[in-house]
Design a protein around this ligand. Structure first.
Ligand SMILES: *Cc1c(COP(=O)(O)O)cnc(C)c1O
Length: 338
């Protein structure tokens, strides 16, 4: 069934590079990296590709205000604010507390400085009602992590981009592709794209939130939806698996293995990881290599490597510093929240 195809916006710079991490490879098992930290100079990472599809649809709908949801230090909320504002939208977000880390506070301050209108809630329980109110007021909903089927199509694009790099000899076809699994769109889109292209690559989604079965189920649903949209054959086998061993206490909680992986990535390759997503995904990738699971392991890097500081300068129309402090306290104020 042919659905109308909406051309995505082009926000990022592609293809993002791939290279081998020589110091972290093992005999008979090479570790490669896909640098989606470099999707954009001002704010990169994995949300850029999703927003190309989501903002195109929002524009077509005639909406002028977007509303999304996330934890206080959500990269997705920051990316939606930055690219949404750039495209002329007002941007709102329903926000919930998460463990306080310096990185998470910086991300929130940047979103607010860019003019995000925040609606802090005390827990996820009240989020649906808060979202409904904003939708009733006319705001267009952008889902958690940008992971609708439309947003996930951004990672079908990414799989096609990798396939072209393999064809051009930039890297061998990976046996395994390791990526963080949050709202699931990134892993799902890659798995759908690899299936469409009949690649052998198996995706390993590394769980970062509880209950992990929920993100896994969401990822499978999204991957199936994308296969249906992208390929002629909706019954293509999906190579999408999960690894929940690196999750630790839950979303936003650092782990010892994640911290070790963070130091190794920095010391050997100058790569910066975050405790919520990429530390855990990279730890899982290192495990794949050290257990010699396959000759070619690709770690898909999803964290923007652009500096956050320049985004933290207040833009006209944004909250002043005092209002900003109130929101930061509401979302990171109490150590009870976790
Ligand atoms: C959002 C995010 C993820 C998770 O991607 P999903 O598509 O939500 O699974 C992984 N890494 C980073 C750095 C992110 O910001």
């Amino acid at each position: 069934m042919a659905s109308t195809v909406l051309a995505p916006l082009r926000l990022g710079r592609y293809p993002t590079p791939v290279h081998r991490l020589a110091e972290l490879s093992a005999p008979g098992c090479d570790l490669w990296i896909k640098r989606d930290d470099l999707t954009h100079d001002v704010y990169g990472g994995n949300k850029v590709r999703k927003l190309e599809h989501l903002l195109a649809a929002a524009r077509k709908s005639g909406a002028t205000t977007l509303v999304t949801v996330g934890a206080g230090g959500s990269h997705h909320v920051l990316a939606t604010t930055y690219f949404g504002k750039l495209d002329g939208f007002a941007v709102e977000a329903i926000l919930v507390p998460q463990p306080r880390t310096e990185h998470a506070v910086e991300i929130l301050r940047a979103s607010l400085a860019l003019g995000l209108q925040p609606f802090p809630e005390r827990s996820w329980l009240t989020v649906p009602a808060a979202v409904s109110l904003r939708i009733a007021a006319g705001s267009r909903f952008i889902p958690l992590g940008g992971s609708s089927i439309a947003g996930t199509m951004g990672y079908v694009d990414a799989a096609r981009e990798l396939a072209a790099q393999v064809r051009q000899g930039a890297m061998p076809e990976p046996d395994v592709c390791v990526v963080a699994l949050g709202s699931g769109g990134t892993a799902a889109g890659l798995a759908a794209g690899f299936a469409e292209l009949r690649m052998k690559t198996r995706v390993v989604g590394v769980c970062v939130s509880r209950p992990h079965a929920l993100s896994e189920a969401l990822a499978v649903y999204l991957a199936r939806g994308c296969v249906r949209r992208a390929a002629r054959d909706p019954d293509l086998p999906l190579r999408l698996t999960f690894d929940a061993r690196f999750l630790g206490a839950g979303y936003g909680h650092a782990t010892i293995l994640g911290d070790d992986a963070t130091h190794e990535a920095w010391d050997t390759s100058g790569l910066v990881l975050d405790p919520t997503y990429t530390a855990k995904a990279f730890a899982a990738a290192l495990w794949q290599v050290r257990a010699r699971r396959a000759p070619c392991v690709l770690y898909w890097h999803t964290l923007s490597s652009a500096p956050i500081r320049p985004l933290m300068k207040l833009t006209p129309g944004a909250a002043d510093d005092a209002a900003l402090d109130v929101t930061v306290r509401a979302l990171f104020g109490s150590p009870r929240f976790s």
